[in-house]
Design a protein around this ligand. Structure first.
Ligand SMILES: [Fe+2]
Length: 192
């Protein structure tokens, strides 16, 4: 059965994936300039880290872990093995990479070579992880979810997504974070 993906249990999450992938591309390009002798734009890297922490993790993974995955478990999908367990483990790996980036950036900015190496290593780990992770969700787990969560259950789930999206993430709304992503992708300077 093929669902209309415009109104499914994963539509909002799929849309958010596109934004996350866009910012991942910005980080990748910022850190892989051919002239490796020059420093990357640390302000851009810093804004990418904030976006990953607040949008990709708190807002997006929060909805998956607190709402979508429990709904799938209720529909009979195992939570401690299979796709959900793999996704949870990858979320945790991503958190560690973003934390590593956040811890390394100040040292890297001040010229510490070890911190710069750590920043690049954690960023590479995150870039590779999140691209593969989103591919698995979009092409496997979310297709299963779209066929499982239908009708009223789908509407209730989407309403719960809206509640999470109306929160503030360290003072920033989801709109603020989407504007941050758009500005990063457009190569515009940050507002602070
Ligand atoms: Fe996701």
């Amino acid at each position: 059965m093929v669902n209309d993906r415009s109104d499914t249990a994963t539509r909002m999450l799929r849309d958010e994936h596109q934004l996350i992938l866009g910012v991942v591309d910005v980080l990748d390009e910022t850190l892989s300039k051919p002239d490796s002798a020059s420093d990357p734009d640390f302000d851009v890297v810093d804004r990418c880290i904030s976006f990953f922490r607040l949008f990709a993790d708190a807002c997006h993974h929060g909805k998956e872990e607190d709402l979508l995955f429990p709904e799938l478990i209720e529909h009979g999908m195992p939570g401690d093995e299979g796709p959900i367990a793999v996704m949870l483990s990858e979320h945790q790996q991503g958190r560690l990479s973003v934390r590593g980036m956040a811890e390394a950036i100040d040292g890297a900015r001040s010229g510490d070579e070890n911190a710069m190496s750590a920043l690049r290593a954690h960023s590479d780990d995150y870039i590779h992880l999140i691209r593969a992770h989103i591919g698995k969700e979009d092409n496997i787990l979310f297709n299963m979810a779209d066929d499982m969560v239908l009708g009223e259950a789908c509407r209730v789930l989407c309403d719960r997504y809206d509640v999470v999206c109306s929160r503030r993430f360290e003072g920033q709304t989801k709109d603020d974070l989407e504007i941050m992503a758009a500005s990063l992708m457009a190569g515009q300077p940050g507002s602070s």
